[in-house]
Design a protein around this ligand. Structure first.
Ligand code: FEO
Ligand code: CA
Ligand code: CA
Ligand code: CA
Length: 570
């Protein structure tokens, strides 16, 4: 208790203990409620949630999807609108129990495809709390089947052409929407992460060498991950459509103010397992987007637009022209953004976009311990990236990946706990070529280890956690850290409890636990109401029947946290 009390000195709340139960906890003086659960109707014509089966295919694109992840709130003509990702689907609770999670029909696959993607929904607060505005004209579901445009250097390239789309400019669906971002002009960036898992092959085929190398590096294999889309929807059958995987793995821009707008896959931002997209403006107005590629031994990227953002002017092509670079961290605590140019990589601009990982390997980028969310401070010229963990250093994630020795920002051999790297760009300019870096925190367990695995000095028995993943920085520059790690509370992880959300002081380094999630869940996604008196937090894949209680299904949910006195939160 004294360790926790000491931790709390810098924070407007008293840090809470670790928890191992099946609900959410917040500090004294705060409260939480559910805003939206998997299956909640967004439109009044949607079917009621069926607790036995998770619902039918009909109407499955009219309800809140499963496994909420990154989200952002937008103000549209005085209304508040949340855009929120549905990263993946729990096949075992969405398909009849007898099927054990295996689709048995095209309808089964279509239902899974509908339950993922993005929800855009209007929300409103009244005397009883926050609610989704059912039937709001701004409500929208975007799924694995929704029409998308493809823009930027890879648009129209042969690698993106398919039988159904000989132009290579019009895809269907956005896949495995993990983290998110928000542009200065008020659009939503949704990030396609483990897109490879949806593809499979019904037959053996000979692939062109370049395509086969890409399959190897991005983990596209004939079996897939059990979604079995390829057996029922030929678009996902790489034997029939070998280029279809090239049409996923992008950052997708969505206009939350226009439900009729077509989302755009921005190929200038590169193709990899995109975690999130954190934006900043350079002093000259150019748009900077930081992006992690969440796989062992992959990289941290940055895009800088060619043109400046000028409020009030056309922003529709701002993310189509610019320079993609990759981070190289030097041992002297400096770093460089190495531009992925045709000269440096021996690839053309479209190839660099489609096979960014291969381009980055060619310029000697620094292999990282799974870069998850990046967050940019609004009050200081600095940015942070969660390096979630690396259990298997030396084991290549995919064929063709680089060796992954320990290095400056990834200093521990068997990294079960993770760390957060921070960088400050030269001259405070996020578009500069160089930066200085340090480790904001190395998670660890001082109760179990006395060496580097005890963690950095700002880890104490009062704030133990592992596997930092989601991250947002509030208006005061405080760093909100969400975790997606081992919640066994045993052995190396003793005392850490369930996944959680903590708040870090960027100046003192102090970190205090603010929220604990239900056992089995990951806490991911955080955004603020317009008045900053409410925060919206995502609870993904709870392990027990959260939030409905005994006998119900576990339902991934967005919750709202407020102060009892309705004060500001961050
Ligand atoms: Fe979807 Fe890397 O988290
Ligand atoms: Ca994540
Ligand atoms: Ca994670
Ligand atoms: Ca997850």
């Amino acid at each position: 208790t004294s360790a926790r009390a000491a931790q709390s000195a810098r924070f407007p709340f008293t840090a809470i203990p670790a928890a191992t139960d099946n609900t959410v906890h917040v500090p004294e003086g705060y409260n939480w409620k559910v805003l939206a659960r998997w299956g909640d109707p967004l439109f009044s014509d949607a079917p009621d949630f069926d607790a036995a089966t998770g619902g039918t295919v009909d109407g499955s694109d009219r309800i809140f999807g499963e496994n909420t992840d990154g989200m952002e709130l937008f103000e549209v003509d005085g209304r508040q609108v949340i855009a929120v990702n549905h990263e993946y689907v729990n096949r075992k609770i969405n398909l009849p129990a007898a099927q054990a999670g295996t689709p048995g029909s095209a309808d089964d696959v279509r239902k899974l495809q509908n339950l993922q993607g993005v929800t855009v929904m209007e929300v409103v607060e009244d005397d009883t709390g926050w609610h989704v505005v059912v039937d709001s004209p701004l409500n929208r579901r975007i799924t694995h089947l929704s029409p998308m445009a493809i823009s930027g250097p890879a648009a129209g390239h042969d690698l993106l052409k398919t039988e159904a789309d000989p132009t290579g400019t019009a895809a269907l669906g956005t896949l495995n929407n993990c983290g998110a971002g928000k542009t200065p002009w008020g659009t939503y960036l949704t990030c396609e992460e483990n897109f490879n898992g949806y593809f499979g092959a019904t037959a053996e085929t000979e692939l062109p060498e370049e395509v086969a190398a890409g399959y190897g590096r991005y983990g596209i294999d004939p079996e897939g991950w059990g979604y079995d889309y390829h057996k029922w929807d030929a678009r996902f059958d790489t034997a029939a459509n070998p280029n279809e995987p090239h049409r996923a793995g992008w950052v997708v821009e969505i206009d939350p103010a226009d439900p009729a707008s077509v989302p755009v896959k921005r190929t200038a931002l590169g193709r990899f397992k995109h975690e999130n997209a954190a934006t900043a403006l350079a002093p000259d107005g150019r748009v900077v987007v930081y992006m992690g590629d969440d796989e062992r031994g992959e990289f941290l990227y940055r895009f800088v637009s060619r043109d400046p953002y000028v409020p009030g002017t056309d922003t529709s092509a701002l993310l189509d022209h610019g320079q993609l670079s990759v981070a190289k961290f030097n041992d002297d605590m400096t770093g460089d953004w190495v531009a992925l140019t045709p000269d440096a990589t021996g690839m053309d601009d479209a190839q660099i976009a489609v096979f960014s990982r291969i381009a980055a390997s060619r310029v000697g980028a620094t292999t990282m311990d799974r870069p998850e969310w990046v967050a940019v401070s609004p009050v200081a010229a600095e940015a942070y990236c969660c390096l979630t963990n690396n259990k298997n250093r030396g084991v290549k994630s995919n064929s063709g990946g680089d060796e992954t020795p320990v290095n400056g920002p990834n200093p521990r051999e068997a990294n079960r706990y993770g760390q957060i790297v921070r960088w400050r760009p030269v001259d405070g300019n996020h578009a500069a070529d160089g930066f200085e870096w340090d480790l904001y925190v190395m998670a660890g367990n001082p109760d179990v280890h006395a060496d580097a695995y005890a963690g950095s000095a700002n880890i104490t028995p009062g704030n133990l956690f592992n596997s930092p993943d989601g991250m947002q920085i509030d208006s005061a520059g405080m760093v909100w850290i969400q975790t997606d790690g081992d919640d066994s509370n045993e052995g190396d992880f003793a005392g850490m409890g369930n996944n959680q959300m903590l708040v870090g002081d960027p100046v003192t380094g102090e970190i205090a636990r603010f929220l604990t999630g239900p056992n089995g869940s990951e806490v991911t996604g955080l955004t603020w109401s317009a008045d900053r008196r409410s925060i919206f937090v995502g609870i993904q894949h709870p392990g027990a029947p959260f939030p409905d209680g005994d006998g119900a299904l576990p339902r991934s949910s967005v919750i709202v946290v407020k102060r009892d006195d309705n004060g500001l939160i961050g």
